[in-house]
Structure formats: C-alpha cells, structure tokens
Design a binder for this molecule. Structure first.
Ligand code: XBP
Ligand code: MG
Length: 259
C-alpha cells in the first residue's frame, strides 16, 4: 500500500465559499460596471457552475440571451473585458470584506505542514484569483505552503478533464495512489478519480445535495466529524476532520485496491 505523500486542494468551494461570495458577486459587479442589465442570482449561478471556467461560463450564458451580442467575435471581446473586470472585483472582495476559509481548512493544512505531507493546489480558476485568495489568508509567502500550484490558465482543458490533476502529480513526481484530493464539485471529483486519485468530497453551498459516487469519503465539510461516509471512526475532542482521518481513509482505499 502506498504512503500518503500529498494532499491536493481544489480552491473554489473547497477552501472557501468563493463561488457564492466571490466570483458570482464579482461577475455581477462587472456586468454593472459595463452598463449591462445582467445579474446572476444564486439559483442561476448554481446552474452555470456546470460550466467550468469564468470565460466559458460567460460565453455559455450569452448563448441563451437575446440581449447579448450576436456575433461570436463580439461575444468573445465582451467576455474578455468582463472577465478582466470580474477578476479585479474578485481580488477586491477577497480583501474587503474578505471571504473566510471554510472551517477546518487551515487546521488540516497546518497539520500537513507539521507532519511533512506535501500540499498542492489543483484548480480550474485563474492563477491571479488563487494569489488573491491565498495571499489574503497566508500573506505574501503563501506559496511556501504548497509544493505545486496548478491553475486553469496552465491547462488546455478544465475539470472535469483530469489535465489539472495530471500536471499536479507530474509536478510533485508522485503516483495517483500517493495523493488524496479534496474537492467540492462533481466535476472536480470526476477529474481526480479519472486518474485514480482518491478524493475526499466536502459539500459546498452549490453542491450540497450531490452524492459523490466514486469519492473515497464525502461529508458536510472539514469543520465536523459528523455525517461522513464512510464514518469517521476515531473519537477525539476536536470536532474537525484531521490528518489521521485522511490517512485512515487513504489506507482503506489502499486495502480496497489490493483486493
Ligand atoms: C472553479 C471554477 C472557476 C471559477 C472562476 O474552479 O470553475 O471557473 O468559477 O474562475 P475550482 P475564473 O473549483 O477548480 O477552483 O474566472 O478564473 O475561470
Ligand atoms: Mg471547487
């Protein structure tokens, strides 16, 4: 059985509720700043999250709008302008008012550092958004926390395509069964499992009802030891998912693979 070498973190929805409180809000500010009467409420944004990537999401939405430019070229221009503005607004939002890390994230990261388990970022969001969010939480030296950072602008195909995870494994020079990914979306779980990376699925606001077949474990979030499948076994006073739980799930995956 392989020893766990690295924890691979998804960003949006997994580290923080950045889709609901960051990207969605920033897209709406971008629409307003360009005089567009468009607004993505939570219900609409939840549907649009099936499309990975901010630019791709904008283009997809424009296809169903009668008030969007009619030519592809114009739509692409508008998409570029909106996306630049959206990312600027996003960077402002993560600093003020700020978007908190989901409970349990920092604690698990800290434990990984203390126990020599490497960490990586494997996300389909743009690098500048990762810098903004992690810079806000960990300061200018945020990158020291991660042995690899692979973002949407480093790949040709976004999740559910496994490319972002393939590049992350390559950068870490480890095999799929030496890693565990932490994800919140069906597309993210599909991307990691396609390569045989075991995945812990933490439900986020927009994917609160997913069943995450194929995940190593799934539950409400790292903030609690309750309602996880498979259940968390060890009793502890701290009601958080801990590195020992991740190691136990990883060992179960190894045992299942050996049968
Ligand atoms: C989430 C995404 C991204 C963001 C927007 O990625 O799908 O598209 O919504 O980011 P993950 P960009 O959960 O893998 O972090 O506008 O930079 O594309
Ligand atoms: Mg996500």
């Amino acid at each position: 059985m392989s020893v766990l070498q690295a924890l691979l973190w998804d960003v949006d929805g997994t580290l923080a509720e950045t889709e609901r409180d960051g990207h969605r809000v920033a897209f709406n500010l971008a629409f307003e700043s360009m005089g567009l009467p468009w607004c993505w409420d939570e219900a609409r944004y939840g549907e649009l999250l099936r499309v990975a990537g901010g630019r791709e999401r904008l283009l997809h939405d424009m296809r169903s709008r009668s008030d969007a430019p009619s030519s592809n070229r114009e739509r692409e221009h508008l998409t570029e302008a909106l996306h630049v503005r959206k990312n600027r607004f996003y960077a402002q939002l993560v600093h003020d008012p700020g978007i908190p890390l989901r409970a349990g994230v920092r604690e698990l990261m800290q434990e990984c550092r203390e126990h020599g388990v490497h960490m990586a970022i494997a996300t389909t969001t743009s690098r500048e958004n990762v810098e903004a969010l992690l810079g806000a939480h960990f300061g200018l030296s945020w990158q020291q926390w991660f042995a690899a950072v692979v973002c949407g602008d480093h790949v040709a195909h976004k999740k559910p395509d496994p490319e972002v995870y393939a590049r992350t494994l390559q950068a870490l020079a480890i095999a799929a069964d030496q890693a565990v990914a932490i994800e919140d979306s069906p597309a993210g779980v599909a991307a990691a499992t396609a390569l045989g990376i075991p995945v812990i699925a933490t439900r986020s606001f927009f994917f609160s009802r997913e069943c995450f077949d194929g995940a190593l474990a799934s539950g409400p979030g790292l903030h609690t030891r309750k309602h996880w499948l498979p259940p968390v076994t060890d009793d502890t006073d701290i009601d958080l998912i801990m590195l020992s739980d991740v190691l136990a799930w990883h060992a179960q995956a190894g045992a299942q693979a050996a049968h």
